[in-house]
Design a protein around this ligand. Sequence first.
Ligand code: NAP
Length: 290
Amino acid sequence: MILVTGATGHFGKATIDFLLKKGISANSISALVRDEAKAEDLKTKGINLKIGDYDNYASLVEAFKGVDKLLLVSSSDVVNRGQQHENAVKAAKEAGVKHIFYTSFERKNDTETSPIYFLAKSHIDTENLIKASGMTYTIFKNNLYLDVLPMFFGEQVLTTGIFLPAGETKSAFALRNDMAEATASVLTSEGHENKAYSLSNTESVSIQEIAEDLSEIVGKQINYVSPPKDIYVKTLTEAGVPAEYVGMFAGFAEAIKQGEYSTEKTDLENLLGRKPTTTKDFLKVVYASK
Ligand SMILES: NC(=O)c1ccc[n+]([C@@H]2O[C@H](COP(=O)([O-])OP(=O)(O)OC[C@H]3O[C@@H](n4cnc5c(N)ncnc54)[C@H](OP(=O)(O)O)[C@@H]3O)[C@@H](O)[C@H]2O)c1
């Protein structure tokens, strides 16, 4: 039995779809959901629903019973997920899960000096807990989703251009769906015991190159400005963007600038057996019709 957590979210849902496409029968897949009403499509596909919440330890132990492979999709609750993941790892151990797979993140800097330490810490702690648990594990170091770039660029990007303090460093951003496909591939094949994979693109791009691609796609000049961080924070704050978003965007931009998402690793391409979706192809899908 394979159990996927976060199954009502984008990544978990996509991974389950790829498991089905790879020939795993629906009755061999379980989905952890905290709100059954959000799981009608999973039910229709014949997936076993397990009701559980990362905040409720007992619900996790119950849900994880009989599971051979557990895909722990990291929680979207960035404030509480350290404890939530600890609950999930301990529950997996107690329930007798044989192999735990975890969606962590690609990075270079594991220390408090990382500009995204507020997000990084819980991933690093979870990786350490998993390794100390004695369960067989596989860690996915997921690069920044291409899918989140439009959020950083803002809704008016085609009018205002890209204003982001991300410098000129190249990153290996990858499509969330490609990462889900690669994850399903690992879940359905052998030889991944106690390994870590970087789910990163094999083509790296700078934000300047993204602006150039975007200009070509929409047929007009889209400029990229990388302001000093304090100017960026002041500009967004004066525009009424809530402080937590300003801090998050500034942290990610600085991480891009410092090369946190820059890697030459080819695991994603190897697992997919094809080139990952390029940034330009992603941009075409999002912006070509705008
Ligand atoms: N690499 C990147 O660029 C990147 C970007 C964004 C997020 N992430 C991380 O990757 C994860 C998966 O991405 P995604 O796009 O699939 O995120 P998503 O669509 O927001 O899905 C998050 C999933 O986590 C579930 N969840 C949240 N709190 C929970 C709890 N207390 N107990 C049980 N389940 C809980 C949600 O359930 P509900 O549907 O009930 O809310 C949902 O199914 C995110 O959660 C986040 O940790 C990575």
